[in-house]
Design a protein around this ligand. Structure first.
Ligand code: ACO
Length: 455
C-alpha cells in the first residue's frame, strides 16, 4: 500500500482545568516558576468518574461517529497507555464493545505500555501491520490515552491528561517516511509506577529531564545518519526539516529540545557555520554526553543554545506547544497532541509537502524519532482539508472547559486517590459537567467490574 499514515484524528481533553498562575500562589512557589520557568498556562484534570476505560471509549466512539467510520472496516485496534487499572485485562478488550455489536470481532492488537512511549509503539505496530503480508485491506485505530497526576510536590504542576485516537491506513494525508526511524532505549529509574494501587509515579525529576535530553541526542544522531543514507546526502541539519514536534511534559523542555538539536548540528563538523555562533565555539571539544554530566555547564549551554535557536523554535515548533500549554502533559497522547496543535495552527498551504519530525519519549526509558510528510501528492489534499476542518472542534472543547480553583483541584485529586482500584465504589463527581458523548464510570462492583454510561 502507498502513502501509509494518519487518515483521521479524534481528540478528547479534560473538562476541568486549573490555572498555573493560581497554582503558583497556592503552592507558595515564586511567581513565574510554572508559567515562565516551565512554560505552562493551564493544566487539565479529570474527576473521579473518568478512568482509562472511559477515556478510550469516549475517544473511539467519537472517532467512529464524527468521521462516519464503519466499525466493520477496522482490522486492528491498539491502545498505548501507562494508566493501568488491571494487570491482565486490556483496555482494548473493553473497546471491543463498540465493534462486537456490528459483528466485527476480527480485530488484532492489545495494549502496549512503557510510560509516555506506549502510544508510539502501538502506532509502529499499526504501520508494520499495514506494510506486512497479514494486512487484509482494512484500517487500524491507534488509541493513546492517559491520566497524568502526581503526588503533592514539585512535579504536580506538570500533570494533565487526555486521549487521542488515530486512524492509520493507506492514502493518508499525513504519510510516514519509510525507513526513517531512530530508536534509543535503556534501563533507567527516572519515572516508574511500582505501587499498583496508586496513580502516582515514583519520580526523579532531574534525572527524567536529563534522560529525555540524552535520548533526544541519541535519536537525533541516529535519525541524521538514516536520513543522509536514505537521501544519499552529505549533510543533514534542522534546515532539512520543516516542523519539529516533541513529547511535551512542559513547553520549556520542548524549546530546550530544539536548542539541543541545534547544538548537535553545530558539533557535527558539517554543521559549523563559519563563526556564525561564536558562543558555541568553546563547547566544540565537548561530546553531547559530557555536556549533560555537569549541571552548571548544561544550564550555561542551554542558555546559549536557546538564544541561538529562538528563530527556528518560533518557525518550526512553537505552534505545536499551544495545546500542551493549556492542557499539560498528556503522557502517551502528548506527542500526538503536539502534532494536532501544529495542524490546528498552521494553514493548509504552509503544511502541504512539508516534513514533520516527531520525537517520542517514555521514561524507563524508550524513545524514537521518526518523520512524516504532509500530502506528498496532490490527490491527498482534499483529505487533509477535511482533517484540518475536523480539528477545529478542539477549540470548542477548549472553550467549553471549566476553571476550577486550586483548593478544589486538590480535593478532586484526593477523590481520585480514594477511587483507585477499590471494589464497591460509586463516583462522587457528577456527569453534569461532561460534554455529550463522554463515557463515565457509574460503579465498580464487589468483583472489581466497572460499569459505564455515555452522556
Ligand atoms: N520565574 C521564572 N522562572 C523560574 C522561576 C521564576 N520565579 N522559578 C524557577 N524558574 C525556572 C527555573 O530556573 C527552571 O528553569 P531552567 O530549568 O531553565 O533553569 C524552571 O523554572 C523549573 O524550576 P526547577 O527549580 O528546576 O523546578 P523543580 O526542580 O522544582 O521541578 C521538574 C521541575 C523537575 C520538571 C518537576 O516539575 C518534575 O519532576 N516534573 C515531572 C517530571 C517530568 O515532567 N519530566 C520530563 C520528562 S519525563 C515525563 O514526561 C514524565
Amino acid at each position: 500500500p502507498n502513502n501509509v499514515g494518519i487518515c483521521n484524528i479524534e481528540v478528547y481533553i479534560p473538562k476541568y482545568f486549573v490555572s498555573q498562575e493560581k497554582l503558583e500562589i497556592f503552592d507558595g512557589v515564586s511567581t513565574g516558576k510554572y508559567t515562565i520557568g516551565l512554560g505552562q498556562k493551564n493544566m487539565g484534570f479529570f474527576g473521579d468518574l473518568e478512568d482509562i476505560n472511559s477515556l478510550c471509549l469516549t475517544v473511539v466512539h467519537n472517532l467512529l461517529e464524527n468521521h462516519k467510520i464503519d466499525p466493520k472496516t477496522i482490522g486492528r485496534l491498539e491502545v498505548g497507555t501507562e494508566t493501568i487499572i488491571d494487570k491482565s485485562k486490556s483496555v482494548k478488550t473493553v473497546l471491543m464493545q463498540l465493534f462486537e455489536r456490528y459483528g466485527n470481532t476480527d480485530i488484532e492488537g492489545v495494549d502496549t505500555k512503557n510510560a509516555c512511549y506506549g502510544g508510539t509503539s502501538a502506532l509502529f505496530n499499526a504501520i508494520n501491520w499495514i506494510e506486512s503480508s497479514y494486512w487484509d485491506g482494512r484500517l487500524a485505530i491507534v488509541v493513546t490515552a492517559d491520566i497524568a497526576v502526581y503526588a503533592a510536590g514539585n512535579a504536580r504542576c506538570t500533570g494533565g491528561g487526555g486521549a487521542i485516537a488515530l486512524v492509520v491506513g493507506p492514502n493518508a494525508p499525513l504519510v510516514f517516511d519509510r525507513g526513517l526511524r531512530a530508536t534509543h532505549m535503556a534501563h533507567v529509574y527516572d519515572f516508574y509506577k511500582p505501587n499498583l494501587s496508586s496513580e502516582y509515579p515514583v519520580i526523579n525529576g532531574k534525572l527524567s529531564v536529563s534522560s529525555y535530553l540524552s535520548a533526544l541526542d541519541n535519536c537525533y544522531s541516529q535519525y541524521r545518519k538514516k536520513f543522509m543514507k536514505k537521501f544519499s546526502s552529505e549533510f543533514f541539519s534542522l534546515a532539512d526539516i520543516d516542523f519539529m514536534v516533541f513529547h511535551t511534559p512542559y513547553c520549556k523542555l520542548v524549546q530546550k529540545s530544539v536548542a539541543r538539536c541545534m547544538l548537535q548540528d553545530f558539533l557535527n563538523v558539517n554543521g559549523r557555520a563559519n563563526g556564525k555562533y561564536p558562543l558555541f565555539e568553546k563547547y566544540s571539544h565537548l561530546s553531547l554526553n559530557e555536556s549533560l554530566e555537569d549541571f552548571d555547564l548544561l544550564k550555561e549551554i542551554e542558555r546559549v543554545s536557546v538564544a541561538y535557536s529562538l528563530d527556528i523554535f518560533h518557525k518550526k515548533t512553537q505552534l505545536s506547544t499551544k495545546l500542551a500549554s493549556l492542557v499539560g502533559n498528556m503522557y502517551t497522547s502528548s506527542l500526538y497532541g503536539s502534532l494536532v496543535s501544529l495542524l490546528m495552527n498552521v494553514g493548509e498551504n504552509d503544511l502541504i509537502g512539508k516534513r514533520v519530525l516527531l520525537f517520542s519519549y517514555g521514561s524507563g526509558l524508550a524513545s524514537s524519532m521518526f518523520s512524516l510528510t504532509v500530502c506528498p501528492s496532490e490527490n491527498l489534499r482534499s483529505s487533509l482539508v477535511t482533517m484540518l476542518d475536523s480539528l477545529q472542534s478542539i477549540n470548542v472543547l477548549l472553550d467549553q472547559r471549566l476553571e476550577i480553583e486550586p483548593e478544589k483541584f486538590v480535593n478532586i485529586l484526593e477523590l481520585r486517590e480514594k477511587s483507585s482500584n477499590v471494589p464497591n465504589f460509586s463516583p462522587t463527581c457528577s456527569p453534569i459537567d461532561l460534554v455529550p458523548g463522554t463515557y463515565y464510570l457509574t460503579k465498580i462492583n464487589s468483583e472489581f467490574k466497572r460499569y459505564y454510561e455515555r452522556k
